[in-house]
Design a protein around this ligand. Structure first.
Ligand code: NAG
Ligand code: NAG
Length: 174
């Protein structure tokens, strides 16, 4: 992991001028920023922010205040975005924006097939056509960040909420 980060940093400083010329939007990291707060505030998807800034590590723990980020590249900059809410899934998001599963998946290739890794606060590209570049090199991370919550609660096969009218713990029922 450290080796990958060092390679990413070296790679990005060599090509910083090349990348800067094709950036349609840039952002300067502020104290307290996390990747998804930057994404939500600037209408840039979680995937796009990661793919155009390969120097950011998978868990987004290496942002530095003052660091300049590219938010999108000309021709592949998706600016139509949606922030995932509790209980969302791919079908809900696709129908809300009248796009099909193919387009949603192309523009958000980190989502897995059953959409179970969609998490609250994740920023999705919901453009009606394919705009985002496919991943180059390493595939996108598909894990839910350690600090995030899945959009759909996991079901283990048993009801996760019991409302059986049991009043054992009511203080006046001793
Ligand atoms: C993000 O998109 C929303 C909805 O289209 C818009 O109201 C808002 O101004 C946009 N914000 C930025 C920073 O572009
Ligand atoms: C999904 O939508 C795109 C854009 O409208 C279209 O080009 C594509 O054919 C659609 N795919 C399917 C499987 O319906």
């Amino acid at each position: 992991m450290l080796v990958f980060s060092l390679i990413a940093v070296a790679f990005s400083s060599v090509f910083v001028h090349v990348l800067a010329t094709s950036c349609t939007r840039t952002y300067t990291v502020q104290i307290g920023d996390i990747c998804d707060s930057i994404s939500a505030a600037n209408n840039v998807s979680t995937y796009q922010l990661a793919v155009v800034n390969p120097e950011i590590n998978h868990d987004c723990t290496n942002l530095l205040p003052g660091q300049q980020l590219c938010l999108g590249h000309s021709g592949t900059d998706c600016t139509t975005t949606y922030v995932v809410k509790p209980n969302d899934d791919c079908n809900i998001v696709s129908s809300a924006y009248n796009i099909n599963a193919t387009v949603l998946s192309h523009n958000n290739p980190q989502l897995n097939a059953d959409c179970s890794n969609m998490y609250i606060g994740e920023v999705l590209c919901v453009a009606g056509a394919v705009t985002v570049s496919p991943p180059e090199g390493q595939p996108p991370a598909t894990n839910i960040p350690a600090i995030a919550t899945p959009a759909k609660p996991y079901h283990t096969g048993s009801p996760d909420h019991h409302d059986d009218g049991d009043d054992d713990d009511l203080p006046w029922c001793d």
